[in-house]
Design a protein around this ligand. Structure first.
Ligand SMILES: Nc1nc2c(ncn2[C@@H]2O[C@H](COP(=O)(O)OP(=O)(O)OP(=O)(O)O)[C@@H](O)[C@H]2O)c(=O)[nH]1
Ligand SMILES: [Mg+2]
Length: 566
């Protein structure tokens, strides 16, 4: 057996007792530990819920329940805790089993103030000891099974914990004690010949804790202080007491931490406990094999896709753009823009004539536009929903052949998860793109003012001609033929002015019509760009992202199946 321990944080690191918690050299990659396999199985059940067949998940769930939290913390270890009153010899027994003075003993009461632990042969007890809050300075490990003497080989996997006396740990925190008690595969109460009958110890600790823990063992220590017949009497008395307290069939062993071979009986119990635990673990491991195997039916060996390819993204975009009626909206908006512009920059005379004739064509066009726009934003959602559903179906088609049936279904469900929100979201994104078309450019007002000015000039000129005819030609005004309204000779000039004004109005209108067409096309493009961005956002948030998230879940599922298989 190795004969030295490395004290905490000691630079002199020789001997067979590496301190757990210190950075260890990287372990060669081996099969995952049972704890990891159970962890993976638990994740498989979680991700499988609603996706895979329920009976498989139920089986795995039942197995996890059976394994319990204890096993998931440390599957391979057998935890034995030494508890009892101060001075009963817990630390002495701990040292005797370890074969080294690891936990200080002595006359000072209480001696041990913090839990000490020793692990035989197996790595991986770190998380368990962390959970138990065993200080890293008080963690020891025996060497591997190869280094151990035969007597110790039977203890491989044992985690022996020397606790402070029960009053001290009770005072620290009830929950802390419960942690040790619930995790213990064997809870050992160490009593000594003087105080074994302490009723408070029995009533308050041994009996209540026996209900919580798997197995309780009473160790009557310091029997070297008794004569052989006294030992028998003492054990019989102790048994009677425990039974009277309600502990059915208590297991009692006698020990002497100082006598040679004084802990043999106790060591045998420890070896049996470790063996029983190992058998349980092996059985459980075989069960995990069986259950994990069933999950392999839900994964393909080939690497799965992780993203939606560009081609299908493009198709989805196109389909959603069509479903939203974006091109029609853009077109309708362009027409509306042009009609509105005509009110500003058109030749008012033409507009007036049209209004007089109450142009049925224009009215029809306006009503149509209004309808088109209303349908685009608030129209019957059902009509669009069908198109959206078709678009969604298309996007997963490229993925599902490379996925097992259940995951294909899951990905399709992910693609459809927000299907009913899409029509509204598309409508919203179209609406957001509209403002580009709603503004009235300042030059429209300028042109309008200009056009009305021309109309005014034309009207005044006509009136002028009227006066010239009345006063100049017909002489209605009397004797002033030289005034501006009396010179009939001005008539042709004023007539030319009228014609020019009308011509300018007409020219302005037609030039502006071209300008409007240009700017309408420019606004249309801008709007289409905004709409495309909005639709892209909807496509990503409501379709692509959920699909890729689901593909990611599948990728993790495959890894977990491998871990669970071991
Ligand atoms: N004769 C005899 N003395 C023992 C035996 N076991 C322990 N002692 C002595 O009892 C005293 C107390 O032993 P510890 O092992 O420190 O007792 P403990 O239960 O750890 O005490 P706390 O840490 O205070 O809870 C020490 O002086 C030991 O030498 C034994 O089997 N026989
Ligand atoms: Mg002690």
């Amino acid at each position: 057996m190795t004969t030295s321990a490395i004290p905490a944080n000691s630079p002199a690191g020789t001997g067979g007792f590496p301190i757990l918690g210190e950075p260890a050299p990287a372990a060669p990659a081996g099969p995952p530990a049972l704890v990891d396999r159970l962890g993976a199985l638990e994740r498989l059940v979680q991700t499988g819920f609603g996706r895979l067949d329920q009976p498989v998940l139920d089986d795995a769930g039942a197995l996890l329940d059976r394994a319990g939290q204890r096993l998931r913390l440390s599957g391979e270890h057998t935890v034995v805790t030494l508890a009892g009153g101060t001075g009963s010899g817990k630390s002495s027994l701990f040292n005797a089993i370890c074969g080294l003075e690891l936990s200080p003993t002595g006359m000072r009461r209480p001696m041990t103030s913090q839990a000490h632990s020793c692990v035989w042969g197996l790595d991986g007890a770190g998380p368990l000891l962390d959970w138990l809050d065993v200080d890293k300075r008080h963690r020891y490990a025996r060497a591997s099974a190869l280094d151990m003497q035969r007597a110790d080989a039977g203890l491989q996997g044992l985690v022996l914990i020397d606790l402070p006396d029960h009053d001290s740990i009770q005072a620290v925190h009830r929950a802390e004690v419960d942690r040790f008690v619930t995790i213990a595969d064997l809870l050992v109460w160490v009593v000594d010949p003087q105080k074994y009958a302490d009723a408070a110890l029995h009533r308050n600790y041994i009996v209540p804790f026996a209900r919580h823990t798997g197995v309780t063992l009473i160790v009557l220590n310091q029997v070297d202080r008794l004569a052989p017949h006294e030992i028998e009497d003492c054990v019989a008395d102790l048994r009677r007491l425990l039974e009277a307290e309600g502990l059915a069939d208590p297991r009692i062993v006698t020990t002497s931490a100082i006598a040679e071979d004084g802990v043999h009986g106790f060591r045998d119990v420890l070896v049996d406990t470790v063996a029983a635990r190992r058998a349980r673990t092996e059985r459980l491991s075989a069960d995990v094999d069986r259950v994990a195997e069933r999950f392999t039916a839900y994964r393909f060996p080939a690497e799965p896709p992780t993203t939606v390819d560009e081609g299908h993204r493009g198709e989805l975009m196109q389909a959603l753009t069509d479903a939203a009626g974006a091109p029609a909206v853009a077109e309708a908006m362009e027409s509306a823009y042009e009609l509105r512009a005509a009110d500003f920059v058109g030749w008012p005379v033409t507009a007036m004539i049209a209004r007089l004739r109450s142009d049925p064509l224009r009215r029809m066009r306006l009503t149509e536009l209004r309808e088109e726009l209303r349908n685009a934003f608030t129209g019957p959602i059902g009509a669009q929903q069908g198109d959206v559903d078709n678009a969604l179906q298309g996007v997963t088609e490229g993925l599902t052949p490379s996925l097992p049936t259940h995951w294909g279904r899951s990905v399709r469900a992910a693609a459809r998860a927000h299907a009913t929100e899409i029509p509204e979201a598309l409508g919203e994104s179209l609406k957001e793109a509209l403002p580009t078309f709603n503004a009235v450019p300042r030059w429209w007002w300028l042109v309008k003012t200009w056009q009305y000015f021309l109309v005014l000039v034309a009207v005044l000129s006509v009136v002028w001609i009227g006066f010239l005819v009345a006063f100049g030609l017909l002489g209605a005004g009397g004797d002033d033929p030289d005034g501006l309204i009396g010179q009939a000779g001005l008539i042709p000039y004023v007539a030319v002015l009228v014609v020019c004004t009308l011509g300018m109005g007409w020219l302005t209108a037609s030039a502006c019509r071209n300008l409007v067409a240009l700017s309408s096309a420019k606004h249309g493009e801008k709007m289409e760009h905004h709409m495309r961005q909005g639709i892209e956002r909807v496509a990503f948030e409501k379709v692509i992202e959920p699909i890729e998230d689901d593909l990611d879940v599948y990728a993790r599922f495959r890894k977990d199946v491998d871990v669970a298989l071991g």
